[in-house]
Design a protein around this ligand. Structure first.
Ligand SMILES: [Cu+2]
Length: 149
């Protein structure tokens, strides 16, 4: 006497459930493509790409550099035919987002430079994030061209 029994084996997929369980979530910030533009004046600008690969929103709150008296995060917008810069108190980098700082847009403003920024050197910049804390980058200096910030 033969009986063919067929069982469906349930597949248990636990991964996505676990990922949704965290209470606070974690911010996972990575900073890449840092560079600064050459400058012979006492102000300069640096640019980075900030990616948040975690599952919690984060924000860049402040920045500093040993070669500048003050470092601010600026955004640039067109008002009519005029480019205007404004200081950002916090640059949001939400979970899954990538924020690109580039000439003509958001930038890190180096104010009160203690030395000229020349090609070949690099500028140490510390970025302070709300959740990820401090991240240090070295921004190699590239030649200036076109835009001032
Ligand atoms: Cu600026």
């Amino acid at each position: 006497m033969f009986r063919s029994l067929r069982f469906l084996l349930p597949l248990v997929v636990a991964g996505p459930l676990l990922a949704a369980c965290g209470d606070e979530g974690a911010s996972e910030i990575s900073v890449s493509d840092a560079w600064a533009r050459a400058s012979v004046t006492d102000t300069g600008a640096a640019y980075v790409t900030i990616a948040n690969k975690g599952n919690a929103d984060d924000a860049l709150l402040e920045a500093r550099s040993p070669i500048a008296a003050k470092v601010e995060v600026h955004d640039m917008t067109m008002e009519g035919m005029v480019m205007k810069m404004r200081k950002l108190d916090a640059l949001r980098v939400n979970a899954g987002d990538e924020v690109v700082l580039a000439p003509g847009g958001k930038h890190i403003m180096l104010i009160g430079l203690k030395q000229a920024l020349e090609e070949g050197m690099s500028v140490p910049v510390t970025l302070v994030f709300e959740k990820a804390g401090e991240i240090e980058v070295n921004a190699p200096v590239r030649p200036a061209s076109g835009m001032n910030h």
